[in-house]
Design a protein around this ligand. Structure first.
Ligand code: NAD
Ligand code: DAU
Length: 360
């Protein structure tokens, strides 16, 4: 039985990945989820799996070397899947240091502990051990509006925000471990995810949440920045396929050729909400385009992201399975069915963040 150490498994993508892995492998794997439970970590996301014998949660900070080394000492870890990070660009503009701490130093701790646990006395590493570093397309910077320009694995790094700079630094650390020690790892760089359990600070859940409440929908700048959206379950599947079928030491870009301007996303969400809410639902009355509000642009706002997923398709056979129209309906349905989750996520710390960010 393979044992996985998943970091950041209580966050958006990490929790979707854990659900995906148990659906796929059931009792044939064991997962240890280490998460510090920051504002973005939520154990509610894992309610369905928490009683499984082959699942364990450890509350720890990835920067805490002793806590991470202890997990490796007490368990024969076969796979590390490293999601834990500070992930929100706007927060990184306000408080960059915590991004360096978690994303760079935390990754260094994870690498060092895995290396120490896996290395053999005579050199090299124990057979079959693998580390996967989950990263972002934002490390490549910003593309021109030309529809034929894409991010490839060979595109030079050119990060602009403190978030993407910290992710780029973490990627380079993983590369350094591979080059220096032949440490058995892969890096994946994925485009924007959406789906269940996404924290409502990010564009899609923020718009769904605000529209349902009749609150303004803030659009940065001219609303024409382009993001390449991927349903989160397709990302989870890609990560597993890269780890099991990819060539070690390689980077794989993950994306679905689903580029949309932010303003298009807002129109799609408003239209889909109107379609999906029952005729008698009073919220229908306020869900309209008048909620769209153009606000000051994000500092250093990258104009366009677009992934070329050619390598992962050709080498591994991964392709996205969820078309945007289907994915957004599934996402909205999930938020309808999980009102309590959304209410809890959007209370407390989020209220303070929201008013400082949008209401000053
Ligand atoms: P998220 O913010 O929803 O979740 C991050 C998780 O990491 C949370 O559970 C949080 O508690 C945990 N965490 C934060 N700091 C920690 C620390 N010091 N120690 C232990 N745990 C800590 O993020 P997400 O959107 O799920 O992103 C997960 C990963 O995927 C990140 O590495 C991110 O860079 C990458 N990524 C995200 C996207 C996206 O669209 N969301 C796209 C590509 C790549
Ligand atoms: O590309 C992958 C990245 O996607 C991940 O690495 C990040 O972790 C993830 O947060 C995401 O970053 P973005 O900055 O692209 O996502 P966000 O949802 O914050 O914003 C999407 C776009 O919408 C972006 O162009 C900014 C814009 N936006 C966002 C918010 C929150 C608005 O116009 N208004 C808003 O209120």
């Amino acid at each position: 039985m393979r044992t996985y150490l998943v970091t950041g498994g209580a966050g958006f993508i990490g929790s979707n990945y854990i659900h995906y892995m148990f659906r796929k492998y059931d009792n044939a794997i064991r997962i240890i989820n280490v998460d510090a439970l920051t504002y973005a970590g939520n154990l509610e996301n894992l309610k369905d799996v928490e009683n499984r014998d082959n699942y364990q949660f450890v509350k720890a900070d990835i920067c805490d070397r002793d806590a991470i080394a202890k997990i490796f000492a007490e368990n024969d870890i076969d796979r590390v899947v490293h999601f834990a990070a500070e992930s929100h660009v706007d927060r990184s503009i306000r408080t960059p240091e915590v991004f360096v701490q978690t994303n760079v130093l935390g990754t260094a701790v994870m690498l060092n502990c895995a290396k120490a646990a896996w290395e053999l006395p005579g050199g090299g590493f124990k057979e079959g051990k693998k580390f996967l570093h989950v990263s972002t397309d934002e490390v490549y910077g910003s593309l021109p509006e030309d529809e034929n320009a894409f991010f490839y694995e060979t595109t030079p790094y050119d990060p602009h925000s403190p978030y993407s700079a910290s992710k780029a630094a973490s990627d380079l650390l993983v590369k350094a471990y591979m080059d220096t020690y032949r440490f058995p790892a892969n890096i994946t760089n994925c485009s924007n995810n959406y789906g269940p359990y996404q924290f409502p600070e990010k564009l899609i859940p923020l718009v769904i949440n605000n529209a349902l409440q009749g609150r303004k929908l803030p659009v940065y700048g001219d609303g024409k920045n382009v993001r390449d959206w991927l349903y989160v379950e397709d990302h989870a599947k890609a990560i597993d396929m890269v780890q099991e079928q990819g060539r070690l030491f390689e980077t794989y870009n993950i994306g679905g050729h689903n580029e949309k301007q932010n303003i298009e996303i807002l129109h799609i969400i408003l239209e889909t909400l109107r379609e999906m809410l029952p005729e008698t639902d009073p919220r229908r009355a306020h869900i309209n385009e008048d909620l769209i509000t153009y606000v000051e642009d994000r500092k250093g706002h990258d104009r366009r992201y677009a992934i070329a997923p050619d390598k992962i398709r050709k080498e591994i056979g991964w392709e996205p399975e969820t078309m945007f129209q289907e994915g957004i309906r599934k996402t909205i349905r999930w938020f309808f069915d999980n009102e309590e989750w959304l209410k809890n996520a959007a209370s407390g710390e989020y209220q303070k963040y929201y008013s400082e960010m949008y209401e000053k």
